[in-house]
Design a protein around this ligand. Structure first.
Ligand SMILES: C[S@@+](CC[C@H](N)C(=O)[O-])C[C@H]1O[C@@H](n2cnc3c(N)ncnc32)[C@H](O)[C@@H]1O
Length: 314
């Protein structure tokens, strides 16, 4: 598994419910958007559907809701490279058929799916992912995709998060925090001046972080909470066991590094209109598929591109 894929696996293993930095109200609006698009675009009789890179099921929830109106309900294959994501999906939706595989090599037959759908997933497979979507879609079927946009709110938030995480590494923030935890132990055999230096160094690093947070703008709750926890623990370090603190710090460092990896990957796969259009043309025109790309906005913010594709009328 690549670094990014195992990072997703660890993310879903924590039981994270969503991959998107959206408020409850925005999530509700996103759900309404999908219901409207599914109603407008899917065939009246539908027996088969596949969701590419389903994660822990934000979109799967909407699909299952929509499929409730079909008798019998379509079979939904939900695929992802992460075993952890699929385990959670199966607990939530007994009826789905999970497929742990790469979205660029899906073990389903050509033209077998009346709905091929993905929310911020297909682009992780690049051109090969778009090619698979074109191969899988049935003659009467449709491809519906929400794809990362190079100028979206999600993209910008990722860039801000990564700026903060990078600065933590560059400033050796984790080392400074750990150093203070060790020296501040009541039984640590260190001089008073070493303690003062370690404390001053940490306070300075926290102040710098605060300034950078103000300049950078809104970053993830995880990052803000981490700085806040560091500041609070630094003040009452004697209340905790040293090993407990060091384990927590190591866990946070690994999680933030993972989040940076996922953010970098997201920024690499995001596309502007020209890139996305060229990709759709190259992969789908030879298969006689006609596509349409629209910006997708939520609460006045650009969230991604919405792509629909289906067979050209003969
Ligand atoms: C941004 S998350 C989106 C998850 C979900 N669609 C959602 O909207 O919450 C990207 C997902 O793509 C999966 N993924 C990344 N690369 C993949 C690949 N090459 N094949 C299959 N799944 C992949 C990850 O495991 C992760 O669950």
């Amino acid at each position: 598994m690549t670094d990014t894929k195992s990072s997703w696996d660890r993310y879903w293993a924590k039981g994270s419910a969503s991959a998107l930095p959206l408020s409850d109200d925005e999530q509700r609006q996103l759900g309404q958007f999908w219901q409207a698009q599914l109603l407008q675009n899917t065939p009246k009789t539908m027996t088969s559907a596949v969701e590419l890179a389903a994660g822990a099921g934000d979109l799967t929830t909407q699909l299952m809701l929509f499929f409730g109106q079909y008798r019998p309900a379509p079979v939904l294959h939900a695929l992802d490279s992460s075993a952890q994501a699929l385990q959670q999906l199966q607990v939530r939706f007994e009826r789905i058929k999970p497929l742990q595989c790469d979205l660029t090599a899906v073990p389903l037959t050509d033209h077998s799916q009346q709905l091929v759908v993905s929310q911020f997933g297909i682009e992780y497979g690049g051109a090969a992912g778009f090619n698979e979507a074109g191969r899988l879609v049935a003659a009467d079927g449709v491809i519906l995709l929400l794809v990362h946009h190079t100028d979206s709110e999600i993209f910008q938030q990722c860039a801000r998060n990564n700026r903060m995480i990078r600065s933590m590494h560059d400033d050796q923030f984790f080392t400074k925090v750990g150093h203070w935890y060790r020296l501040a132990q009541p039984d640590a055999a260190v001089s008073q001046s070493d303690i003062i230096t370690a404390r001053t160094t940490l306070m300075h690093a926290l102040q710098q972080a605060q300034q950078l947070l103000q300049q950078t703008g809104l970053v993830s709750l995880q990052i803000r909470q981490f700085y806040q926890d560091c500041a609070e623990i630094a003040a009452k370090v004697h209340l905790y066991q040293l090993q407990e603190l060091l384990d927590w710090l190591q866990r946070m460092q690994a999680e933030l590094l993972d989040s940076q990896r996922r953010g970098d990957a997201m920024q690499q796969v995001a596309m502007n209109y020209q890139q996305l259009d060229a990709l759709c043309r190259a992969q789908w025109q030879p298969r006689q598929l006609k596509h349409r790309i629209e910006p997708f906005e939520l609460a006045g913010k650009t969230l991604g591109w919405f792509v629909t594709a289906r067979k050209k009328p003969a």
